[in-house]
Write a protein that binds this ligand. Structure first.
Ligand SMILES: Nc1ncnc2c1ncn2[C@@H]1O[C@H](COP(=O)(O)OP(=O)(O)OP(=O)(O)O)[C@@H](O)[C@H]1O
Ligand SMILES: [Mg+2]
Length: 300
């Protein structure tokens, strides 16, 4: 496998009254098409890391060491710290897109959904005709499970879940190779959140993008991630595939984090794993899930 993103020895400080070492010598690779979960308590540096990758960090944040390299599927590498101006702006939606917490509230209230989706194409795909833009916008909406007749709607006419889906559609508009999601669904109720996550796991299988998914919700990450990185006080303290992290956590902090979610002892439904997930209630388990169940039974 070849990584699509390589974070090498990245350190970030906030130069406030006292300097905060928010991210400390983090090295991490994101494989093409994988979902990498990033977990850890509030203030451990997750968002700072996400902002650094998308080059959205602002003072007083300062990168004190390291770099982030994007390896395009077309075969070239880009050191993100070297991008500036138009190159950076183009890169940001085209290759790496993001959805942040509360993103659904950043839709423009006075513009119809169609105008907001089409704006992405006007800016980044100027060669498309008006009719082509309209068709693509409709396709995008349907891709995230929203009927295309909602193109005419204004944001306030949509539920929170639908608005968040529109934001995800927008992030996917240019078929990015990396999608960074920082607590994208925490404002939504659990059912809607799960539906949206299902959609994302299905879409990444279809479109082949990789995801960095950030949340406090470790049980959720265990369901959707291929690998999980556990972060604490700016450091990645453990990184492993989801099943190993769940069944054989090595770091005491990971163990503590796992034990702080009572739902992990079994009452939660089946895993949402990509591909064969028709079921939300976990009645049909794949191999991984069966192993998890078996381990759970043993430990009872
Ligand atoms: N603008 C800032 N100035 C000074 N310190 C900051 C600033 N932004 C963040 N920090 C500090 O950097 C550290 C990492 O913050 P960050 O927001 O990355 O954490 P997080 O893991 O995303 O937390 P949460 O789960 O609450 O979103 C924290 O100690 C925070 O107080
Ligand atoms: Mg955060």
């Amino acid at each position: 496998m070849s990584p699509v993103l390589s974070i090498e020895n990245l350190s970030i400080d906030y130069l406030a009254e006292t300097t905060v070492h928010a991210v400390r010598e983090v090295s991490l690779t994101l494989e093409r098409g994988e979902i990498l979960g990033l977990a850890g308590e509030s203030g451990c540096g997750k968002s700072t890391l996400a902002y650094a990758i998308t080059r959205l960090l602002k003072p007083p944040a300062q990168i004190t060491s390291g770099r982030v390299v994007f390896s395009s599927r077309e075969g070239y590498d880009v050191d993100l710290s070297r991008l500036a101006g138009d190159d950076l702006r183009a890169f940001r939606w085209d290759k790496i897109a993001m959805v942040f917490q509360g993103a659904m509230n950043s839709l423009n209230p006075v513009l119809r959904i169609s105008e907001q989706l089409e704006d992405v194409f006007i800016t980044h795909r100027p060669e498309l005709t008006k009719a082509e833009r309209r068709i693509r916008s409709g396709e995008l909406l349907e891709r995230v499970g929203v009927d295309r007749n909602r193109l005419r709607a204004y944001p306030h006419e949509l539920s929170g879940g639908m608005r968040q889906r529109v934001m995800i559609a927008m992030a996917l508009a240019l078929e990015p190779q990396v999608l960074i999601m920082d607590e994208p669904t925490t404002a939504l109720d659990v059912v809607v959140q799960r539906e949206i996550l299902l959609e994302i796991t299905r879409l990444r299988a279809e479109l082949g993008f990789a995801v960095i998914f950030i949340t406090h919700d470790l049980p959720l990450l265990l369901e959707i991630s291929d690998r999980i990185a556990v972060m604490r006080a700016g450091l990645i303290v453990e990184l492993d595939d989801a099943l190993t992290l769940y069944t054989k956590p090595k770091h005491p902090y990971t163990r503590r984090l796992l034990s702080s979610f009572p739902s992990l002892t079994g009452e939660r439904g089946g895993f949402v794993r990509s591909g064969d997930l028709g079921d939300l209630d976990g009645t049909e388990l794949d191999e991984t899930e069966q192993t998890v169940e078996a381990v759970e039974m043993e430990s009872r």
